[in-house]
Write a protein that binds this ligand. Structure first.
Ligand code: ATP
Ligand code: MG
Length: 347
């Protein structure tokens, strides 16, 4: 028996607590089947942190995260915190920074049963299966910003090392998938992109089993909607990644079915749905739990190398959706807990 793993659960705000409760229910059932020994430590974060401790990232929450093996986050933010001295969302930025979460991963798949919800034609989207890897701690977000009356300036700054580690991450991911990396830049204009492309070529020599292609960000944005099936792993800098990952999230037709992971070099990773706290539907037991459940699957796979547990959850989500048990956002009438009840039957 391996040692007990510690998972910090940050339920946060809005629909956060209800989808977290369902996720932990599913994790418990799966853990028994795969003999995964773990404990959950629940901590206040976001608006819940402001309510209890006056800060979205309370000291004890940060400490627990730093000492954990993985972190599961549901959602944070609500209108009532918009005027707080430190906003709920700033807690997440502070947590990412404190943990050094430099790689943000968003898998994009289009479920055949949901393809009619996609704004794109069925034959274009069905079969899409790619991952957007976004650099999260460098680039123009963290460069100097100068705003004057008649001019303004934002500095885009990347070191070779920052580029190398994110490109390597992309190749590692591609190696376990379809073995193709698309490195996205704007090298016809930007110096940072010229360095980006050079490093990508260098890293590619370490992975002879993986194919590297370069794509300019403008044409990548176009290809993502005209031919999304061509992609396997897309890797790009912070700003381009922000834009492309939002573009990609439109393909499946719903925010409610998309997980994400953020990784650091050696510390714990953080897993969360890509949707927000959905205050408009909070507390009604109607939120779609799939993003959250798929985030648990990513956690099992990526932090604990447990492919069996991860696929178990992913396949059960698929099966239940194929049976037509869908929450309201997907055109069905199942409640959050009814969806999960049905899913647990399939585990
Ligand atoms: P953020 O908090 O990241 O700024 P946002 O406010 O733009 O996000 P969300 O909170 O994700 O957006 O909500 C956008 C819309 O999608 C809302 O109408 C919300 O009800 C709906 N929504 C988001 N997540 C879910 C979910 N899991 N199930 C059902 N509907 C959802
Ligand atoms: Mg929101």
């Amino acid at each position: 028996m391996t040692e007990k793993k510690t998972i910090v659960a940050l339920s946060g705000d809005g629909i956060g607590p209800e989808i977290m409760a369902q996720a932990l229910r599913v994790l418990k059932v799966v853990a028994e089947k795969i003999e995964f020994d773990y404990e959950v430590v629940e901590k206040a974060f976001g608006g819940a942190g402001i309510d209890q401790f006056g800060h979205p990232l309370p000291e004890e929450t940060l400490l627990a995260c730093q000492n954990s093996d993985a972190i599961l986050l549901a959602a944070i933010g609500a209108p009532k915190y918009d005027n707080a001295p430190v906003r709920a969302e700033q807690g997440l930025l502070a947590l990412r920074k404190a943990l050094g979460l430099y790689a943000n991963i968003r898998p994009i798949t289009v479920h055949p049963a949901l393809a009619h919800l996609s704004p794109l034609k069925r034959e274009v989207v069905v079969g899409s299966d790619f991952v957007v890897v976004r650099e999260l701690t460098g680039g123009i977000y963290f460069g100097e910003h100068t705003l004057e009356e008649t001019s303004a300036r934002d500095v885009n700054d990347y070191s070779a090392e920052e580029i190398r580690r994110i490109i390597r991450k992309a190749f590692e991911i591609a190696r376990k998938r379809k073995k193709k990396v698309t490195s996205v830049d704007k090298q016809n204009v930007l110096a940072t992109s010229k360095l980006w492309r050079k490093i990508a070529d260098e890293v590619a020599t370490e992975y002879p089993d993986v194919t590297l292609e370069h794509q300019l960000v403008d044409s990548c944005a176009m290809l993502m909607i005209t031919n999304p099936k061509k992609f396997d792993v897309i890797v790009t800098e912070n700003l381009f990644g922000d834009i492309l990952s939002d573009e990609a999230s439109v393909l499946p037709g719903s925010l409610g079915v998309m997980p994400s992971a953020s990784h650091s070099e050696t510390g714990p990773s953080l897993y969360e749905p890509i949707h927000g706290s959905a205050p408009d539907i909070a507390g009604q037991n109607i939120a779609n739990p799939v993003s959250m459940l798929l985030s648990v699957a990513m956690l099992l796979r990526e932090s604990f190398d447990n492919e069996v547990g991860a696929s178990m959850i992913e396949q059960a989500c698929d099966t239940v959706m194929n049976e037509g048990i869908l929450t309201r956002d997907l055109g069905g009438d199942a409640s959050t807990s009814e969806f999960v009840d049905a899913l647990i039957k399939h585990l």
